[in-house]
Design a protein. Structure first.
Length: 272
């Protein structure tokens, strides 16, 4: 358990790379005149409770483009281990002197900054009593609003002790998949709805890009920081947009690790 002193430096880390296997270079794809990564960072940097936001990319030469983009856009950038995301998150936390690290993947370009701050507010309220706070265990928000936050002391424990390949690759499973060891708190959507398997706002396939691009084209001109509610209202009016990637709803990384995950089952993912 972390110390009682209130966290002053909550660092949001957006991991990003160009080497996606299913949609290479997705973070550099254009949406309304800017890259997907820039669009996401606009939303992430609207958080009121984080002291800093940083893109954590890899040391691979292919990700020079990510660093160059960040420099041009005035976004903090850190380069770390290409495949060990746990190491990359811990290293960037140390480099920035963070009290706590927030993990947000770069495949969430529609993330609502209000949701980020809701999770961070809960984290601050339970500091000293809880080791890990997220809105993913179990998820209720539309997929693509992922927020996980942990004190550096807990992240360090995971960094030192996690051995499984999936624990290193996905950063946080060592923590949330061991509830008998770590105290876990989940933030549920206040609507009491569960859209985690029915609404897909993340990007992994070409259809996801088409969906996200359509949402931005409709909502960005009216309000650059359009909300989760704005997106839901749009999808009610435009079911054709909702249909673009609906066949991938429920598909996530869990499906590849069901044999080793302890607290996640087949009901939490769609097998394709």
């Amino acid at each position: 358990m972390q110390s009682e002193a209130a966290p002053q430096k909550i660092l949001i880390v957006v991991q990003a790379r160009t080497g996606s296997t299913r949609l290479p270079g997705k973070v550099l794809m254009d949406v309304c005149g800017k890259t997907l990564l820039e669009r996401q960072m606009e939303r992430v940097m609207a958080s009121k409770l984080a002291f800093k936001s940083v893109v954590a990319t890899t040391t691979d030469a292919s990700d020079d483009a990510v660093e160059q983009l960040c420099r041009k856009a005035g976004i903090e950038c850190f380069r770390g281990h290409p495949t060990d995301l746990l190491d990359r998150h811990y290293a960037v936390g140390v480099a920035f002197g963070a009290d706590a690290v927030v993990k947000i993947p770069s495949d969430c370009p529609l993330i609502d900054p209000r949701i980020i701050d809701k999770v961070l507010q809960v984290f601050k309220e339970v500091w000293g009593k809880v080791d890990f706070v997220s809105n993913l265990h179990p998820p209720t928000y539309p997929d693509g609003n992922d927020v996980e936050v942990m004190p550096m002391s807990v992240l360090k424990t995971a960094w030192e002790e996690a051995k499984g390949e999936h624990e290193r690759e996905h950063t946080t499973p060592f923590i949330w998949d061991n509830p008998q060891r770590f105290t876990i708190k989940n933030v549920e959507w206040e609507s009491r709805l569960d859209y985690s398997m029915s609404h897909r706002w993340t990007i992994d396939y070409p259809e996801d890009y088409d969906f996200i691009k359509a949402v931005y084209e409709e909502l960005l001109p009216k309000n650059p920081l359009f909300s989760l509610e704005d997106i839901l209202e749009l999808l009610k009016k435009r079911p054709d947009i909702c249909a673009i990637n609906e066949h991938y709803c429920g598909v996530n990384w869990y499906r590849n690790h069901l044999d080793v995950l302890k607290t996640v089952g087949v009901e939490n993912t769609k097998i394709i």
